[in-house]
Write a protein that binds this ligand. Structure first.
Ligand code: HEM
Length: 148
């Protein structure tokens, strides 16, 4: 569909340097919600600043993982159902590390922010709408993993 074409085309540029763009996304996320910082702990150590987190190898690895999940969604646009079980399980893992479903709205805003930074005015209302829809499908699938 037209939406799928917009998504694929806009993802290509982002995915050519995923870590760089993931850093834009998470820098924005910590600006929007600094309380997410303490959820990232490696070897039980908390980061004292977003900068410290954003430069740690383990966190850069998380960025790589996030970008791979988005890439999988972009690859499976016509058949997102095949990711449902994986995403529900991923949601479960995030609940276990203390993430709230509500926090995924700030993640969505940060994703759109990163895409806009990457594409400038080419990131028009149609592209934004297409990404908003895709992201809401991903979040819906992940939220199936949360026990209430
Ligand atoms: C794992 C936190 C958003 C994908 C993790 C881990 C933490 C974490 C603490 C375990 C440590 C690690 O693997 O680095 C968060 C927080 C988020 C967030 C606080 C935002 C509120 C996302 C998003 C995605 C994602 C949006 C993808 C759409 C992953 C993946 C793993 C992971 C693939 C590895 C799971 C595994 O080990 O099987 N996350 N995450 N995360 N996260 Fe996130």
């Amino acid at each position: 569909s037209a939406d799928q074409k917009l998504i694929r085309e806009s993802w290509e540029k982002v995915n050519s340097s995923p870590i760089e763009h993931g850093l834009v996304l998470f820098t924005r996320l910590f600006d929007l919600d600094p309380d997410l910082l303490p959820l990232f702990q490696y070897n039980c150590r908390k980061f004292s600043t977003p900068q410290e987190c954003l430069s740690s190898p383990e966190f850069l690895e998380h960025i790589r993982k996030v970008m791979l999940v988005i890439d999988a969604a972009v690859t499976h646009l016509e058949n997102l159902q095949c990711l449902e079980e994986y995403l529900a399980n991923l949601g479960k893992k995030h609940q276990a590390v203390g993430v709230k479903v509500e926090s995924f709205s700030a993640v969505g805003e940060s994703l759109l922010y990163m895409l806009e930074k990457c594409h400038g005015p080419a990131f028009n209302v149609n592209v934004r709408e297409a990404w908003t829809k895709l992201y809401s499908i991903v979040v819906k699938a992940m939220s199936c993993g949360w026990d209430v």
